[in-house]
Design a protein around this ligand. Structure first.
Ligand code: GDP
Length: 462
């Protein structure tokens, strides 16, 4: 059988499956992560493992236990008349089933998929009742958009002041130099010319891209400048921060567009989607941030705590949008890069950086939890020799040359590390090859901790 037919078999999206029962409950589970956090891999593994669990495999033990071992059937709900793109499980699972297996192509934008889970019901005397269907609405959106949330609390002047101050500090100063020089050359009474507005926007957007791609920074606003979404780049985006002294038509135009941008993000994303999420997972590549160095690490922490103070302090968000997620999980991804004993430290570290000073002061409306997980486990624990000592390491196949290697990644601190940590050398993070998906899809995908995360997020609904 060709690989595509096999994947179709695994997916089981048949009309029959869809017709078997009428949906009873719907849980909207939003998945996001700052770029390269591992969103696509997370969703692909979640789908493969849920489908395997529906076929009786014990691939998600904690979730199966939370459901009392009563998961009977899992299938992907066929596409209906959705107006937003659909997550592509065929393509993503196909990449993992290829020989040699490949990582799925990453998704940039917004996508959705519905998964139906049929759960057996019994009376207290053990009699069998009709099955209950829980539909998981998976919604995948760019984490960059989350960083628009803190902007909703600011006006253009406050946002400009904060943003420009940040641009002048640390590693940002160099990529921001051209944009800042452009601002210096602008008269305070610059007129509302679109050529100027577009030039400023382009310089500002390119600077954000360099900060993200070259320096590993994450506290980058506005989110749609980096991920415009399916509607592309519109004139609405042609604004940028200006100093308080700017008083001319250009400053007024930028302020108007700032307001219009936030109003549009509300109308297009926050009100119709975000306010309707029941549960939310925020994925963070904490190990990648450790690898990228001190400033990238602290910037990731600032971005996360800015988001956490709003998402988990759901009271404010609820007042603004009318509703907000009730459970929010923050998960450090790619935990298979470090040996077992370092994973508790990783979960503690994500908690520490997420609940930075700002997060803690907020009155919390949502339940929040912290996890370390590998959506696809590519390594086993191993022992390496370092300066004559045995150290805990991991062993996997390197993506680049397909050769097995034992890697000592470095130590994972339980809280933001002291300056000496950064002096001592970098945290190592090679890219591993994923294990090959068994083409019958019966055994799911090896992972670490995905089941515990799902049990916490949706176990109560099963
Ligand atoms: P996205 O941009 O958030 O969608 O990121 P992806 O899901 O595409 O992940 C980016 C890359 O991170 C992948 O291509 C893998 O190389 C790596 N990755 C993601 N998840 C895991 C994991 O669980 N284990 C390992 N070893 N690598 C992972």
């Amino acid at each position: 059988m060709d690989p595509l037919s096999l994947i179709r078999g695994i997916l089981d999206t048949t009309e029959d499956a869809a017709r078997a029962l009428v949906g009873r409950e719907r849980i909207r589970l939003a998945v996001t992560g700052l770029s390269r956090a591992g969103k696509t891999v997370f969703l692909t593994s979640l789908i493969a493992n849920l489908l395997a669990a529906g076929r009786g495999a014990r691939t998600l033990p904690a979730l199966s236990d939370a459901a009392g071992g009563r998961i009977r059937r899992v299938f992907i709900v066929p596409a209906g008349t959705e107006t937003i793109p659909r997550f592509d499980p065929e393509g993503h699972l196909g990449a993992l089933a290829a020989d040699p297996p490949r990582w799925p192509e990453r998704t940039e934008d917004f996508s959705t998929l519905q998964i139906a889970i049929d759960v057996e019901r019994r009376t207290s005397l053990g009699g069998i009742l009709p099955e209950r269907r829980v539909t998981l609405d998976l919604i995948d959106y760019p984490g960059e958009w989350l960083l628009d949330l803190p902007m909703l609390r600011q006006d253009y002047a406050a946002w400009s002041e904060e943003t420009l101050a940040r641009l002048k500090r640390g590693v940002r100063a160099e990529p921001a130099a051209e944009f800042l020089a452009f601002l210096d050359g602008l008269p305070d009474d610059a007129a509302a010319e679109d050529a100027l507005a577009k030039r400023g926007y382009t310089l500002y957007r390119d600077m954000l891209r360099t900060c993200r791609d070259v320096h590993g920074l994450r506290l980058l606003q506005p989110g749609r400048f980096l991920n415009p979404g399916p509607r592309g780049e519109a004139p609405l985006l042609w604004f940028f921060p200006l100093p308080a002294t700017a008083r001319g038509g250009l400053a007024q135009l930028c302020a108007r567009r700032f307001d219009a941008y936030l109003a549009d993000q509300r109308a297009y994303f926050l009100d119709p989607y975000f306010s309707r999420f029941h549960r939310q997972v925020v994925l963070v590549d904490v190990l990648g941030a450790l690898h990228a160095g001190e400033e990238a690490f602290h910037d990731t922490g600032d971005a996360l705590s800015a988001v956490a103070s709003i998402v988990s302090g759901a009271n404010w968000l609820e007042r603004l949008l009318g509703a907000a997620p009730t459970r929010v999980a923050f998960a450090a991804t790619k935990a298979d890069h470090v040996p077992t004993r370092a994973r508790d430290a990783l979960a503690a570290l994500v908690e520490h950086i997420t609940l930075g000073a700002r997060g803690r002061t907020e009155q919390s409306g949502a339940d929040v939890s912290f996890h370390a997980l590998a959506a696809i486990r590519c390594t086993e624990d191993a022992v390496a020799r370092l300066e004559g000592h045995s150290v805990a390491a991991v062993r996997g196949v390197l993506l680049q040359d397909g050769v097995g290697a034992t890697i000592y990644p470095g130590e994972v601190p339980m809280k933001p590390p002291e300056p000496a940590f950064w002096d001592a050398g970098l945290f190592t993070m090679p890219e591993f090859r994923p294990p090959r998906l068994d083409p019958a899809g019966l055994s799911g995908v090896p992972h670490l901790g995905l089941d515990g995360l799902l049990a916490w997020l949706v176990g109560d609904a099963l």
